[in-house]
Design a protein around this ligand. Structure first.
Ligand code: BV8
Length: 245
């Protein structure tokens, strides 16, 4: 049993694995999104410039999958939102995911560092708006009117992730860092555990398998997120109640 949890400043990082049990594909591993294609052919500004139809079709398929009625937040999303509501310390949920399952579960202290699939941006003027519609090269921007420049409001490789100043600040003072369902292969997210270690935070990885980053974590929980996350967060809460009353 790890030491009772005295944490008061918690940062959680989620990746595609937290949404896997909700029916959304992960990127790497068996039947992953990147299994038969190269990320640079679908998730870069250059790919969008060169083959906009192919890139838009990739995101149309994922947006439609996300909007399918069978896809809903799972117990991990729900437990994270409930814990955020009850926790009296500092809490931030940083997700690499572009789905809206954390929001649908009720999470509010949430930052999408890789953007959001249900938002569209104009590559010409930067105008951004919420949208569940497919994006086509025939669409015009509602702000500048330019045709064929609408794209998903996600962060592609070579683009700067969002909220990095805020994320770096909370990482720099956290005392507990939990990574859930991420392969730890994409930077700068993959480097967050090292920042947490440097400031002396307890570091925990929840994943169904060992990752290239596992050795950087003090604790690894090898279990599906929908099972492990509710149990882990409940244990933290019990510790805090016992220690702080
Ligand atoms: C940038 C688009 C700089 C959205 C994605 C060092 C430092 C900084 C950058 C770099 C660096 N080295 C290289 C780089 C460049 C690059 C990078 O990291 N390349 C990698 C491949 C080496 N990084 C970037 O380009 C980033 N930008 O650094 O900008 C900059 C500076 C100045 C000015 C401008 C720019 C941008 C990175 C974002 C790229 N966008 N996608 C989308 O389409 O969704 S990346 C893609 O990978 C997704 O965003 C995804 O979120 C991300 C990470 O994947 P995971 O979420 O971890 O998913 P994965 O499938 O890999 O793993 C799932 C895990 O879950 C597995 O471990 C599995 O075991 C587990 N699992 C499965 N089921 C379950 C489970 N766990 C628990 N329960 C289950 N049931």
């Amino acid at each position: 049993m790890p030491n009772p949890c005295r944490s008061s400043r918690i940062v959680v990082l989620t990746g595609a694995g937290v949404s896997a049990e909700s029916g959304l594909a992960t990127f790497r591993g068996a039947s992953g999104l990147w299994e038969n294609v190269r990320p640079k052919d679908l998730a870069t500004p250059e790919a969008f410039a060169k083959r906009p139809l192919k890139v838009l079709a990739f995101y149309t398929a994922r947006r439609r999958a996300l909007l399918a009625s069978a896809v809903a937040p799972n117990a991990a999303h729900i437990a994270l939102a409930a814990f955020e509501r009850r926790f009296r310390g500092e809490f931030l949920l940083v997700t690499q995911n572009v789905d809206d399952l954390h929001e649908r579960a009720g999470s509010q202290k949430l930052r999408h560092m890789h953007g959001e699939l249900l938002r569209t941006r104009c590559a010409n003027c930067g105008h951004e708006f919420a949208s569940t519609a497919d994006i086509s090269t025939a669409d015009s921007c509602p702000a500048c009117g330019r045709v064929g420049r609408l794209r998903p409001a996600v962060v592609w490789f070579g683009e700067m992730p969002l909220f990095m100043d805020e994320i770096s600040a909370v990482l720099g003072r956290c005392d507990l860092f939990i990574a859930i369902g991420t392969s730890g292969q994409v930077y700068p997210a993959a480097g967050f555990v090292e920042i947490a270690r440097r400031v002396g935070a307890r570091t925990v990885e929840i994943n169904i398998e060992k990752t290239t980053a596992s050795s950087l974590f003090q604790e690894s929980v090898r279990s599906p997120a929908s099972n492990a996350v509710p149990i882990f967060l409940e244990r933290i809460e019990c510790d805090l109640l016992r220690l702080n009353g």
